[in-house]
Each structure stands twice: as C-alpha cells, then as structure tokens.
Design a protein around this ligand. Structure first.
Ligand code: RP5
Length: 176
C-alpha cells in the first residue's frame, strides 16, 4: 500500500537555525507541520530522516555537529519506542524539542511516554502527540529565537493577535 506524503517544504534562504529530524519517512506527514510553520515565519531550517535505532551512528554525528554548523534548536519527532529526541539531547547542548508521533498501534501513548520520561540530567522539551505537537514545537522554537530577533518577535505578536481575533470574530458555535 502506498501512502500519500506531503511534498517537501523549502526552507527560507540562509544558515539553518532549526534542525528538524524524524525517525522515519513515515513521520513526515506529522513533522511537515513544523517545517511549514518555520517556512511561514521565514526561519531557515533543515529536515532529515535520522533514526535512533536504524541509523544510530548518523544520529550521533548529526547531534554532535549540530551546534557547530549553526543550528540553535533541534526538533526531533519519532513514534513507538521513540528514543530519537532523548539520544539526540544526550549528544548536544542545544535545546531539543521532542514530538511524539501518533503510532498506529498505541495512538502515540508509546511515543509520548518514551519521550517525556527523561531521566534527571538530560532535558527534552516534550510537546503534544501528533500534528499539534509538531506545530507547537516550531512555534516554541520561534518564540525562543524571537528573544534575540525583534523582526521575528513582531511576526509572533501579529500571529497571536490574528489568532485571537479569529476566535473573537466567530463566537457562535456552528457559524463561522
Ligand atoms: C520510529 O518508528 C519512527 O519515528 C516512526 O514513527 C516509527 C515507524 O517507522 P516506520 O516503520 O514507518 O519506518 O522509529
């Protein structure tokens, strides 16, 4: 059976500030949400399939070289026995935001618990299961970058204002 995947998303020009990694091609349907938001905000990013279990050496290389090549934040999404964010965090001082991908067998509970329950001393910021988590991981990355980027801070303020206004404009359930 072939599954339809979202198309690749081009990064804005410049040195990538956010690295998006995922355990499998099958995670792209979820993780593309993060890439799209970064693209919408004009934040340069890179995307790559890096598996903790299938390509462990690649994961170590990626995490160890991430800061030197200019990345400031890593978003790592994985499903099932989702060790990718935690193992990535063990090999870099960069903040790692973990996205539990919704698995077919346990609906992402396995992914969530694998990512969230880090032992004391190695931190991973864990987001919600699925596409909301991927979107919010990018949003959080943007918020962190915006602390030192006034242009990004303005875009973030506008995003929030527009979101608030959209809700206020449609207060009647069922009528948009
Ligand atoms: C994890 O296993 C991946 O992150 C993915 O969510 C899950 C299933 O991978 P595939 O079997 O679809 O490649 O490593």
């Amino acid at each position: 059976m072939t599954t339809t995947q979202p198309a690749p998303i081009s990064s804005p020009a410049g040195v990538a500030k956010v690295g998006i990694i995922m355990g499998s091609q099958s995670d792209w349907a979820t993780m593309s949400e993060a890439a799209q938001l970064l693209a919408d905000f004009g934040v340069a990013f890179e995307c790559e399939v890096v598996s903790a279990h299938r390509t462990p050496d690649k994961l170590f290389d990626y995490a160890k070289s991430a800061q030197a090549k200019g990345l400031q934040i890593i978003i790592a999404g994985a499903g099932g026995a989702a060790h990718l964010p935690g193992m990535c965090a063990s090999q870099t001082a960069l903040p790692v935001l973990g996205v539990p991908v919704k698995s077919s067998t346990l609906s992402g509970w396995d992914s969530l618990l694998s990512i969230v329950q880090m032992p004391k001393g190695v931190a991973v910021g864990t987001l919600a299961i699925g596409t909301a988590g991927a979107f919010n991981a990018a949003l959080l990355a943007i918020q962190i970058l915006a602390l030192h980027d006034s242009t990004l801070a303005k875009k973030l303020h506008d995003f929030r204002s527009q979101q608030t206004q959209t809700v206020l404009n449609s207060p009647t359930p069922g009528i948009i």
